[in-house]
Ligand binder design. Structure first.
Ligand code: DX5
Ligand code: ZN
Length: 226
């Protein structure tokens, strides 16, 4: 499992007019990535808990919910009620991070914290022992189709060190501008869950794009061993 590379297609880049078909087209993935944007923490508005219930009816895959909201302490329970399997909130936003993580775990779900490209990895120090996953943003969140920020490799390297020093091995998800072109490199630097928005849903064959990301990611696992 820890040497696997997991793929999480972001339906922010899907064709909403055909959401059911879009979900079916990536059934070979490991998660569905569901981007919640509130127009405050990020300059865009996407979807909330209502559409999450619809998405849960359209897929058997676990749904990985990425909350880009200013008030996660107030709204996170709505996403648990709607069926989030993995629930991510941003380190820059939470008032009581341990309390949120505790409640996610009490509901039997997995908990993750995300950091923006400009947020220090050290801000995870106090919470890292309690997390199932860390999400490293490789673009400033808000939109699909943005360019990968190269500083992300440093973030991944520092996060790997932090996890080692705490003897923990959470999943490390990377989100923003990921494609088969950089999948091997980000996995080599420590990521093992790859979010793909435009790289999956703008490709002519979505299932093939998922496999391409996985195959390239697995090459990165080989690089780690060298
Ligand atoms: C960006 C979102 C991402 C986005 C990824 O704010 O969190 O999940 O949909 O899209 P791509 O892979 O196109 O950068
Ligand atoms: Zn996301």
């Amino acid at each position: 499992m820890l040497n696997d590379v997991l793929i999480s297609p972001s339906i922010l880049a899907a064709d909403f007019l055909h959401l059911e078909d879009e979900l079916a087209s990536v059934s070979n993935a490991d998660f569905i990535h569901y981007d919640v944007m509130d127009g405050d923490f990020v300059p865009n508005i996407s979807f909330g808990p209502g559409i999450l219930r619809t998405v849960k009816r359209g897929t058997d895959l676990p749904v990985d919910v990425h909350m880009m909201v200013s008030n996660p302490d107030e709204v996170f329970r709505d996403y648990l009620d709607a069926g989030a399997d993995v629930l991510t909130f941003h380190a820059e936003t939470a008032k009581h991070a341990h309390r949120i993580v505790d409640e996610i775990h009490k509901r039997g779900r997995r908990a993750a914290v995300a950091i923006n490209p400009g947020t220090a990895v050290s801000s995870l120090e106090a919470i890292i022992d309690y997390l199932d996953m860390v999400l490293v943003m490789s673009v400033n969140p808000g939109f699909s189709g943005q360019k990968f920020i190269e500083h992300t490799y440093n973030q991944l390297t520092q996060l790997t060190k932090l996890c080692r020093s705490h003897s923990v091995r959470p999943m490390i998800e990377i989100d923003g501008g990921i494609s088969p072109k950089n999948a091997a490199q980000v996995v080599a630097a420590g990521a093992n869950v790859l979010v793909g928005g435009s790289a999956v849903f703008d490709a002519p064959d979505h299932a093939q794009a998922v496999e391409d990301m996985r195959r390239c990611g697995l090459m990165g696992m080989e690089l780690r061993r060298l």
